[in-house]
Design a protein around this ligand. Structure first.
Ligand SMILES: Cc1ncc(C[n+]2csc(CCOP(=O)(O)OP(=O)(O)O)c2C)c(N)n1
Ligand SMILES: [Mg+2]
Length: 367
């Protein structure tokens, strides 16, 4: 890596952290609603993943997906507006936290249902193989999501059919307020479960950028050369609660534990120390990067709040392509199979129902 590339990785991590800190303030000032699930403390992985991706590589994440969305190349504006519920958001402000999709950046979203993204990742990877493309799918999931049945079905098929997926288990020690030890049966490491499916696995200290790059590269090469999947357990830690609304987050873990991670395992501090040791980044450079990232987040917020909220009349749009394009299928109410329109008509219809009057009464708080 060149010095510039190394600095780029640091800048990207700072962008994620500054953006999310801005989100916290914005949420607390009531300009954002719904879920806000932060990556702070876990920034290194999404940045490392993105830096290794080729033109046919894809990403998909679980609920803790702000970092992977931002690292994918999505703009701060499009994410901030989505979280604020305004139309310049990537899903026109109609989805929020779990609608951070960007096909242009080959990022297929943050799935709120634990492990629901894993079979989708499998399907994406299968498509790459089927179309004979040189690509890999990086699929993020949490330690808690690892206990979902669908993940095991996914591993079974990935192992059986040689599907090129890299499963990134972000083990941050907790699933909501439940620790890994209280929720999960395993021998030494969670990722070891992959052995049951004859899938290669590994561990990585997720706060160390250099280690992440090395192990991600091995997994990616394996997928490209042999089409074999990998389960990579990334040891990491979240500084905030499960979501922004987690009043007990210092009760199910101690403040000392949080402080320990901030002091000894912070991904930004770790990479910064390395770059400073190599003489390629000094304090003035760090300050400049922070200043730029803060200004970018501030500008994104301004744009988001200057945009209108979505029209009530658009509530049924951007759900089915057929409806948006008024195809015959949408008239029949059958979007995928058109052979039995009568049956379909009786089951569902494409027309948007009358909008309840209370839905129109939402007003954003005054600025
Ligand atoms: C199938 C399912 N069960 C329960 C939930 C509620 N839920 C949301 S996130 C979460 C814990 C997720 O923990 P983990 O996978 O470790 O991800 P983390 O939040 O730590 O990144 C749970 C239980 C859910 N979303 N989906
Ligand atoms: Mg977790």
């Amino acid at each position: 890596m060149t010095a510039q590339e190394k600095i780029h990785l640091y800048r990207e991590m700072v962008r994620v952290r500054c953006f999310e800190q801005k989100c916290v303030k914005t949420y607390n000032n009531c300009y954002m609603g719904g879920w806000l699930i932060l990556t702070i403390g876990q920034e290194a992985l999404p940045v490392a993943v993105r830096s290794l991706m080729g033109p046919d590589d894809h990403t998909i994440s679980g609920c803790r997906g702000l970092g992977s969305a931002l690292a994918s190349g999505m703009s701060m504006e499009s994410i901030m507006a989505e979280l604020c519920g305004t139309v310049t958001g990537c899903s026109q402000g109609k989805g929020g936290m779990f609608s951070l999709f960007s096909p242009a950046n080959r990022h297929w979203g943050c799935y709120p249902i634990a492990a629901a993204q894993t079979p989708v990742a499998l399907g994406l990877s299968f498509a790459l193989k089927y179309q004979e493309k040189e690509g890999v799918v990086f699929c993020y999931l949490g330690d808690g999501a690892m206990n979902q049945g669908v993940f095991h079905e996914t591993l079974n098929l990935a192992g059986l059919f040689d599907i090129p997926t890299v499963f990134l288990v972000e083990n941050n020690g907790y699933a909501m307020g439940t620790s890994v030890r209280r929720s999960s049966a395993f021998k030494d490491y969670l990722a070891q479960r992959a052995e049951a499916y004859d899938i290669e696995w590994d561990l990585v200290e997720g706060w160390k950028m250099d280690q992440l790059l090395e192990k991600l590269q091995i997994a990616r090469e394996r997928a490209l050369k042999t089409s074999r999947p990998t389960v990579l357990e990334v040891q990491t830690y979240r500084y905030y609660g499960f979501s922004i609304a987690d009043a007990n987050n210092k009760k199910y873990r101690t403040p000392e534990e949080i402080e320990y991670h901030k002091k000894h395992r912070d991904p930004l501090a770790h990479w910064k120390a390395q770059l400073s040791q190599e003489g390629i980044l000094d304090e003035a450079g760090v300050k400049e990067i922070q200043k730029e990232a803060k200004a970018e987040a501030e500008a994104a917020l301004e744009t988001a709040l200057d945009s209108p909220i979505p029209q009530i009349s658009d509530i049924g749009k951007h759900v089915y392509w057929e409806v948006d394009h008024e195809t015959p299928a949408s008239q029949q109410g059958r979007y995928f199979f058109n052979d039995e329109p009568d049956v379909a008509d009786s089951i569902c219809h494409a027309k948007v129902r009358e909008i309840p009057s209370w839905l129109g009464k939402y007003d954003p708080p005054p600025r």
